[in-house]
Write a protein that binds this ligand. Structure first.
Ligand code: ADP
Ligand code: MN
Ligand code: MN
Ligand code: MN
Length: 432
């Protein structure tokens, strides 16, 4: 927690200095840098925090931490609600806080709010007000107590969803009776990459050089193989505390890259939970002084990209005879490959090369247990004749509202012509 206090310029200079000697920046080294800084730096930075400074070197830090951890529940009914929304790039998360007069359990108990859309690239300066509608609530792992995180979507004052509000359309699809009756489940594998600040080079990598080739890092342990485990673990616990349906984590193939899974979640909840988990990850990396990127291919060359595999099933796929339903879904997906690719994340063409456990962006393919396909069906699903499919195409920076609702639309609401269906069935060897 102490690094919250570190004035960012000093902190970043230290990182650069520490990493400039071309040795890998391990998370152990990284925490020792923080520790040294606190011990030596407290006096130096005391001017800024003078009001807290008393006696011992570390008191500035302790006093502020006491306040951050202060339990306000015995003294006031008020809670703090952190309203979270998606900014103009469609991938940046923004938030601001407000006092609510009593603890709440449902978003409908919360007031709408507004923000300056001209500062987030979402409205013109002369008519800048954007309205936030609270949609989902999570416990706030940073403030604790009854305080909450609130996932919102954004509207014009006239009540129209703004262009970056992808939740609105998704919620419509997920309230269609055909979709509701099929209880769609999503298990999303969110991959991400941690970068050293300023240099924008992965955590654990020597600055200006490369680590040893991929191989030892996936699910690896040890200071020379695993970089940023503290962040992954802190995030895991924070998500469980918040009430996010996180189901696991693992270190990835590229050093400095991690994954967590959320799900199975039903319908629109999958999107809400992924966005809340991304927000929490931004906050944790902010505290740690490490930069989060969801770029689908952060490092060119022989290094894995970052995806967001989306595992999907409907009620009929999970029941007896489900494998036939899965094959029909794959057929539909093949016929709308281009629509899906264009909605699966910016820069995905740099990742979907046909190498590094991906399929080429230009061709649709499917296979059992094949990680080089667009769609993979697990061995268990084939064996049991029911289960789920994995769409391996979405990039790490995809919008989960878009991807989940498009999967439901293509497989449950959309119908190809008989002719194109027959052609595709032949091409993909799908007898449905
Ligand atoms: P991989 O083997 O591709 O790395 P993971 O174990 O990382 O797979 O993720 C699989 C995800 O699929 C998990 O989030 C899990 O909860 C989810 N999942 C499991 N069963 C289903 C199902 N029937 N429908 C949708 N998602 C499912
Ligand atoms: Mn996985
Ligand atoms: Mn993975
Ligand atoms: Mn996967």
């Amino acid at each position: 927690m102490a690094q919250i206090l570190a004035p960012s310029t000093q902190w970043q200079m230290r990182i650069t200095k520490a990493s400039a000697d071309a040795s890998p920046m391990t998370s152990k080294m990284w925490s020792s840098v923080v520790f040294k800084r606190n011990k030596k730096g407290a006096m130096k930075s005391s001017a800024k925090f003078k009001v807290f400074a008393i006696k011992s070197e570390n008191s500035t830090i302790n006093r502020l931490e006491d306040l951050l951890n202060l339990d306000i529940t015995p003294y006031t009914n008020n809670i703090i609600a952190e309203y979270i929304w998606i900014g103009g790039s469609g991938i940046d998360v923004r938030s601001k806080s407000r006092t609510i007069s009593k603890p709440v359990e449902h978003p409908s108990e919360l007031p709408k709010w507004n923000y300056d859309g001209s500062s987030t690239g979402q409205a013109p300066g002369e008519d800048s007000e954007v309205i936030l509608y609270p949609q989902a609530i999570f416990k706030d792992p940073f403030r604790g107590g009854n305080n909450i995180l609130v996932i919102c979507d954004a509207y014009t004052p006239a009540g129209e969803p703004i262009p970056t509000n992808k939740r609105h359309r998704a919620a419509k699809i997920f309230s269609n009776k055909k979709v509701v009756d099929e209880i769609p489940w999503y298990g999303i594998e969110q991959e991400y990459t941690l970068l050293q600040p300023n240099v924008k080079w992965p955590l654990g990598w020597p600055v200006g050089a490369y680590p040893g080739p991929q191989g030892p890092y996936y699910c690896g342990a040890g200071a020379d193989k695993s970089f940023g485990r503290d962040i992954s673990d802190a995030h895991y616990k924070a998500c469980l505390y918040a009430g996010i349906n996180i189901s696991g984590t693992n270190g990835e193939v590229m050093p400095g890259q991690w994954e967590y899974q959320v799900g199975p979640s039903v319908g629109i909840e999958a999107g809400d939970h992924i966005w809340a988990s991304r927000y929490i990850l931004e906050r944790i990396t902010e505290q740690a002084g490490v930069v989060l990127t969801l770029d689908p291919k952060p490092i060119e060359g022989d290094w894995n990209g970052a995806g967001c595999h989306t595992n999907f099933s409907t009620k009929s796929m999970r029941e007896e005879g489900g494998y036939e339903v899965i094959k029909k879904a794959i057929l539909n997906l093949s016929l709308r490959h281009n629509e899906h690719i264009s909605a699966y994340g910016e820069g995905n063409e740099r990742r979907l090369t046909g190498k590094h456990e991906t399929a080429s962006i230009d061709t649709f393919s499917w296979g059992v247990a094949n990680r080089g396909c667009s769609i993979r069906v697990g061995r268990d699903t084939e064996k049991q004749g029911k289960g789920y499919l994995e769409d391996r195409r979405p990039a790490s920076n995809m919008d989960p509202y878009v991807v989940t609702s498009l999967l439901a639309e293509t497989t449950l609401l959309w119908e190809p012509s008989l002719e194109s269906e027959a052609l595709a069935a032949q091409k993909l060897a799908l007898n449905v």
